[in-house]
Structure formats: structure tokens, C-alpha cells
Design a protein around this ligand. Sequence first.
Ligand code: SF4
Ligand code: SF4
Length: 134
Amino acid sequence: MKITTQSLCGTMVKEIAAISGENVAKCYQCGKCTAACPVNMAMDILPHQVLRFLQLGLVEAVLNCNTIWICASCFTCAGRCPRGVDLPGVMEALRAILLRKRGFSRFKAGDMPRVLNKGMPEQGIVSGFRKYTK
Ligand code: SF4
Ligand code: SF4
């Protein structure tokens, strides 16, 4: 489902702040988060660009990018940020907003045995719950 700017833009920043406790305006675009991110090569919008897009109100691009799903919630970026921006929290808030809008969760507790049997590491399971269960 494609989420439009019209449907979410007006309340987006407030929703992100409410869910993550973070203010995207704190970011001053130094790029350290992107430089440290271990999966940035797979992202169509880089981590620091996600924040810049949100600062500029370019909500639709962020909601429809692959970055928020590629993010592994590893917190490396948050540890490097000189402004203390909780970027993983913002990514999680974006995922939560989308999933709530769509009205379903992709990953359910009942899926756990199947995932465990495939040998997924614990970090992957925790990351999956962060992404898909809201
Ligand atoms: S490291 Fe922090 S201040 Fe620098 S671009 Fe990333 S979020 Fe913004
Ligand atoms: S939390 Fe996400 S954006 Fe931040 S460094 Fe890890 S994978 Fe990259």
C-alpha cells in the first residue's frame, strides 16, 4: 500500500516525536550516522537523509523508501551521533506509523518456532519483532 503525503504529512513529526521521544530538528547533517551504518549500501535513502527529508516535510519519500526496513536496529548510529539523535527510534517510529496505518503486523508470536527452526540468530529475532510487531 502506498502511503500519500496528504494522509500523513500534517501529523508526521508529532507522531514520530510521540513514539520515539526524538525531535528530528536536532540533526545538523554531519553524516556520522550514515558513515557508521553497517547496512547503508542497501538503503535507497541514507540514514542522515531520512532525517533531512523529515525536516523538510518530504514525508512520502521516507515512508515509501526501503531504508526503514533495511535498518537492523543496531544502534551504531545513535552511539556515533554528536547530537544524541535516536535515529533507530525514529526508524522504529516510521515503521510503527506505517504498520498502524496498514492495520496489520507481518510477524506474529506464532511464527517464532518456524523462524527458530531455520536457525535465525537471536539478534535477528529481536530486530524482527521491533520491525514487525506493533
Ligand atoms: S550523526 Fe546525528 S547529527 Fe549527524 S547526521 Fe546523523 S543524526 Fe544528524
Ligand atoms: S540502527 Fe539502523 S540506521 Fe542506525 S546504524 Fe544501525 S542499521 Fe544503520
